[in-house]
Design a protein around this ligand. Structure first.
Ligand code: DQA
Length: 162
């Protein structure tokens, strides 16, 4: 019978003591909780960040949460993630539908990235149906509300512990 390992897989151990998963949120998500609650719910960004941070901690990992209303700042953080992060969760918000710069930055990553949308973008206006992010990330979670962030974290931790 195979012996059950008592230690965490190497790469989760690395995420644990070492590199955080970057959780990047784009424009207008700083106003979550106040912004169109019928679409995005009542949870604030600060609460989402607490949730993801606690979820990471419970799994022996760490999360670094950042938000910006500026495209270039998001690009800079994705570039930084190349050496500083073990994975990236990105909700680029409206930039998902417009930004080739963020697409190009994500395409350079060799760590897992997961795109998250709180709302189901396919049930909404047509201009939200295309995302420049989707073709350069490992996976996409949309329409599951704030739970999308913790699901994305689990997917990244599973991927890096392979
Ligand atoms: C969003 C969906 C985008 O279309 C929108 O521009 C956002 C939020 C979401 O989380 O559902 O700002 O990314």
């Amino acid at each position: 019978m195979a012996k059950k390992s008592t230690s965490a897989p190497k790469s989760v151990a690395k995420a644990k003591g070492g590199k955080p998963v970057y959780v990047l949120n784009g424009p207008n998500l700083n106003l979550l909780g106040l912004r169109e609650p019928e679409i995005y719910g009542h949870t604030s960004l600060a609460d989402i960040e607490k949730l993801v941070t606690a979820h990471a901690k419970a799994r022996g990992a760490t999360a670094l949460c950042l938000q910006s209303n500026h495209e270039g700042e998001l690009v800079t953080w994705i570039q930084e993630a190349r050496s500083m992060a073990s994975g990236v969760i990105i909700n680029a918000a409206a930039y998902s539908h417009t930004s080739i710069a963020i697409h190009d930055a994500l395409a350079m990553l060799d760590i897992p990235a997961v795109e998250v949308h709180i709302s189901n973008i396919y049930k909404r206006e047509e201009f939200r149906h295309y995302s420049y992010m989707s073709s350069v990330v490992k996976g996409v979670i949309c329409g599951l509300g704030v739970q999308g962030y913790t699901l994305a974290l689990d997917a990244i931790l599973a991927d890096i512990s392979k």
